[in-house]
Design a protein around this ligand. Structure first.
Ligand SMILES: NC(=O)c1ccc[n+]([C@@H]2O[C@H](COP(=O)([O-])OP(=O)(O)OC[C@H]3O[C@@H](n4cnc5c(N)ncnc54)[C@H](OP(=O)(O)O)[C@@H]3O)[C@@H](O)[C@H]2O)c1
Length: 269
């Protein structure tokens, strides 16, 4: 069934959503605070639509929903993994459609998972739309508890920006070794990609490698020594080392003596 969609707020998410909707054969009107040619004010756009997407900053979703007049046959949607559906309470029915991706530049939505939070009446249509976009639908509990939502969003954030924090630490170590800082990211990123590709093929435990997975305590001790000599904090390396050790233990590659020696080196100071 063809629907008319209003997309309110033309930011990064909307710039990927609108072409995906149009390619899927859906009609789209765009609502903006300062409309350009062919665009409408938010209230005018929403009035014309069956489904109203509020693609505004998370903190603006509730106020934007409250500023619109809703008809009983409309569905309100947001794309925020962190925001409860109660932010859309002024609408008669609400749903969440949260692509697990970081949109930058011209990147589209295809290939990523999308968390769908919807009642049973709207879930099939949202799943079908996700599939039409080339997304992998991931049905979230509905209603989703505040704790579950926070955990889900924290997992997504750790998988994206958390990895950046790890790479920042790697860059600092690279720099402390006297190497050119601007070489660090291009040289190290393929290692991150390779580890991810292996993890997708073999699971996280199957992909873990390096001195901890091999039980090379001498190498690990030299890593920690390098941090100390450079005056860098060792908290992240120790915490990540303990997590790597837990993964390595799953594989059964380490004997009891190696595990004890690694645990001693990785113990918090
Ligand atoms: N970017 C991502 O990678 C990504 C991924 C998954 C989910 N999301 C979700 O998608 C939603 C939109 O994120 P985004 O990254 O597209 O944000 P964005 O690039 O900052 O765009 C948000 C748009 O909302 C409008 N806006 C800005 N301030 C506003 C205000 N004070 N009141 C009302 N409207 C305002 C603006 O559009 P106009 O100038 O046209 O009014 C702006 O372009 C968020 O809920 C976010 O969590 C984003």
């Amino acid at each position: 069934m063809k629907r008319r969609h209003a997309v309110i707020g033309l930011g990064r998410l909307a710039r990927a959503l609108i072409p995906a909707l149009r390619q899927a054969g859906e009609e789209v009107v765009v609502g903006r605070r300062s409309p350009g040619p062919g665009e409408l004010m938010p209230a005018e756009a929403a009035q014309q639509a069956d489904w109203v997407w509020l693609t505004v900053p998370d903190d603006q979703i509730a106020a934007t929903a409250a500023a619109l007049s809703w008809r009983a046959d409309q569905l309100a949607l947001h794309c925020s993994g962190a925001t409860p559906l109660s932010a859309l309470a002024p609408a008669p029915v609400a749903a969440g459609f949260h692509p697990l991706t970081l949109l930058a530049g011209d990147a589209g939505l295809a290939g990523v998972h999308v968390g769908i939070e919807a009642d049973a009446a709207h879930r099939p249509a949202l799943q079908a739309l996700a599939q039409a976009f080339g997304l992998v639908p991931l049905v979230l509990p509905s209603p989703m508890s505040a704790q579950a939502r926070a955990g889900y969003h924290a997992a997504a954030n750790l998988a994206a920006s958390g990895v950046l924090a790890v790479l920042a630490e790697a860059e600092a170590l690279w720099d402390s070794a006297g190497l050119t800082r601007s070489d660090a990211l291009p040289a190290l990123a393929p290692l991150t990609r390779g580890a991810l590709d292996t993890a997708l093929a073999r699971g996280l435990a199957g992909a873990v490698s390096g001195p901890i997975a091999r039980g090379d305590t001498g190498v690990l001790a030299r890593h920690l020594g390098a941090l100390a000599a450079a005056g860098l904090a060792d908290d992240l390396l120790l915490a990540l080392g303990r997590r790597q050790l837990a993964l390595a233990q799953h594989t059964g590659r380490l004997d009891a003596a190696q595990i004890t020696a690694l645990q001693a080196l990785l113990a918090s100071p």
